[in-house]
Write a protein that binds this ligand. Structure first.
Ligand SMILES: Nc1ncnc2c1ncn2[C@@H]1O[C@H](COP(=O)(O)OP(=O)(O)O)[C@@H](O)[C@H]1O
Ligand SMILES: [Mg+2]
Length: 255
């Protein structure tokens, strides 16, 4: 599905993120862990073709199926984002336009990405059911929903767009622990019912281990450890990785 080789993001010649390689198949989840400033978001932005807007330069290759994303023009990227690859962020409410209802936003987003009018309503209904939101939420405005509902709504958009790959940058970091696990459940459902491949980013390795098949640990822009989630949890090679695991206690977990 997605295949990355020697990806580097740099600003003015300084490399801020370097990912040697990863491959992600349909329905698989890659977790990227690391402390603040380790290069996680810059990696995410590179995978979305967005670093150019902040002056970042990307080298290396990122293939989505047969298409080498690293060679796409800005116009070509616009046709890929929202159709093949999408991103959700830490604070979905901040990204929503406060003056339009969620239903209007949902309809416009589907239209923008080429979903036929006749199909939009059914897609919305199905997607809301998948993220366990009542259709009544469509009449609400962003300030009228909770952070957890907003994040599930963002995932409903992704489900309705039927993208192949979702980049989720700290999607649970602003949420309470109980709400965090609802969002994880919804993402798990997305991968299972749509086969969406997910890049799940968090500073909290314990949260990542709930969902990820493979884990990449970043520090100072470099990947310091990489392997299956089981390997990384059972035998972390680096003390840094152990610290990321111990950083946040998760209620109800015993290890
Ligand atoms: N526009 C920019 N210009 C220069 N450096 C940047 C820019 N954006 C981010 N960086 C640098 O990239 C590094 C990685 O940042 P980031 O990927 O956001 O970290 P993380 O998401 O892991 O907290 C940081 O050291 C940051 O200073
Ligand atoms: Mg970040």
């Amino acid at each position: 599905m997605i295949s990355v080789r020697d990806l580097r993001v740099s600003y003015g010649g300084t490399v801020v993120a370097h990912v040697p390689e990863f491959d992600l198949a349909t329905g698989q989840v890659l977790g990227i862990a690391g402390e603040s400033g380790s290069g996680k978001s810059q990696t995410a932005l590179a995978l979305m073709g967005l670093t150019r807007y902040s002056g970042g330069v990307v080298t290396g290759s990122m293939k989505l199926g047969d298409v080498d994303l690293s060679t796409l023009s800005s116009k070509q990227w616009r046709a890929v984002r929202g159709r093949q690859i999408a991103m959700i962020l830490q604070s979905p409410r901040a990204a929503l336009n406060p003056t339009i209802s969620l239903g209007t936003l949902f309809g416009r987003t589907l239209k923008l990405h080429g979903v036929a009018r006749a199909e939009r309503h059914a897609r919305m209904e199905q997607a809301l059911a998948e993220v366990m939101l009542h259709p009544q939420i469509l009449s609400r405005y962003p300030h009228e929903v909770s952070g957890g509902q907003a994040q599930r709504f963002a995932i409903a958009l992704v489900a309705a767009l039927r993208v192949d790959v979702l980049i989720a940058d700290e999607p649970t970091s602003a949420l309470d622990v109980t709400v965090q696990s609802e969002v994880i459940d919804v993402l798990r459902n997305l991968r299972e019912s749509h086969g969406t491949a997910i890049v799940f980013i968090s500073h909290d390795l314990a949260v990542i281990s709930e969902l990820a098949d493979q884990v990449m640990v970043m520090r100072g822009g470099e990947v310091v450890e990489q392997g299956t989630t089981e390997q990384i949890l059972r035998e972390p090679a680096e003390q840094y990785t152990r610290d990321l695991l111990a950083a946040v206690p998760v209620i109800g977990r015993t290890r």
